[in-house]
Design a protein around this ligand. Structure first.
Ligand code: NAP
Length: 295
């Protein structure tokens, strides 16, 4: 039995699909089971509730060979610990008390860099990994750069203004990965019962690209000019403050992007194992272009 958290999310929904395609037995934890598609609901066991709840995880983890773990984004969190480590503590205890075989968690790239301790969301995610690892469970943390799918938040600006905005230095080449590749890596680890111990697996996409490179690829694929515009730090911070996020989240977002500009995403060497297949161009063809056409 494989337990999947966030089965309605961008990564979790793809993990569920992949596992069902491989005829695995799947149990999902979901706050609102009505959000699952019929074709998924009919083929999985459902434990209703949040995976931050001790009763919910203790019920869901009974007899679990493996668990897919993801702490949901929480832009209203009062602190980074509340969003990550505290969210995971009931599950970390239940991994042990329910004898879960292996845990595959969604995390971030950055461990070992000079800026990892002041990198906002990433610092929170790495601290959560430490909480899970301290439980002693067999654990692989997925060390992830920024998701290509983040670009979807800007479809309107890209289509209407021809602008892709980022607080990153426009010429800074960084890894980017597609959520479909993250789900594929998670699926492989969840189905593989040969690994033990603790460690991380990086999913870096096939190449490092700058925001300027990404804008040029978007122009090509969308058939209209798209230019990258770097948002200065003060304007980025003001935009976050006006967005309704909690104070802790504003700081976490700002610190993470500052840390990315200062080497956070250089934590992992690019190797055949850490490279994942989906290129940004392919992602634009398969995901961005249809999303733009649907506007
Ligand atoms: N975006 C990036 O560039 C990036 C980079 C590295 C790491 N990450 C990490 O990736 C993760 C985000 O993954 P994603 O894009 O798949 O997320 P997502 O699409 O936003 O999905 C999050 C899911 O969590 C569920 N959820 C929200 N609040 C919840 C709560 N309190 N209790 C239980 N479930 C809750 C939501 O489901 P319902 O609303 O249906 O309940 C939703 O399906 C985060 O942990 C983030 O730190 C992101």
């Amino acid at each position: 039995m494989i337990v999947v958290t966030t089965p309605t999310g961008a990564i979790g929904s793809k993990v569920v699909r992949n596992l069902l395609d491989r005829d695995a037995k799947v149990r999902v934890i979901v706050r609102d089971p009505a959000k699952l598609s019929d074709s998924v609901r009919d083929r999985v066991e459902v434990v209703p509730g949040s995976h931050s709840d001790a009763d919910v995880v203790n019920t869901a983890f009974v007899g679990a060979d493996a668990v897919f773990w993801l702490a949901p984004p929480n832009f209203r969190a009062v602190s980074l610990d509340a969003a990550y480590s505290d969210f995971a503590r009931p599950a970390a205890a239940a991994f042990v008390s329910q004898g879960v075989g292996r845990v595959v968690g969604v995390s971030a790239l950055g461990r070992g860099t000079l800026v990892a301790g002041q990198a906002g969301f990433v610092t929170g995610a790495l601290a959560m990994d430490d909480v899970i690892a301290a439980s002693g469970v067999n654990f692989r943390s997925l060390a992830l750069p920024g998701f290509m799918d983040n670009v979807l938040r800007q479809v309107d600006e890209i289509m209407n203004e021809g602008v892709y905005r980022t607080p990153l230095r426009a010429d800074l080449k960084l890894p980017h990965c597609a959520t479909q590749d993250i789900a594929a890596a998670a699926t492989r680890l969840l189905l593989d019962d040969t690994w033990t111990g603790q460690g991380h697996v990086a999913v870096l996409g096939p190449e490092d690209l700058s925001s300027n490179d990404m804008a040029a690829i978007m122009s090509d694929v969308l058939g209209r000019p798209v230019r990258c515009e770097q948002t200065p730090p003060e304007a980025f911070l003001a935009g976050l403050q006006a967005s309704g996020m909690s104070e802790a989240t504003v700081r976490a977002y700002f610190d993470m992007m500052t840390a990315k500009n200062n080497g956070l995403d250089e934590a992992e060497p690019r190797t055949p194992e850490s490279s994942s297949p989906t290129s940004f161009r392919q992602w634009c063809e398969e995901v961005l272009k249809p999303a733009a056409a649907a506007r």
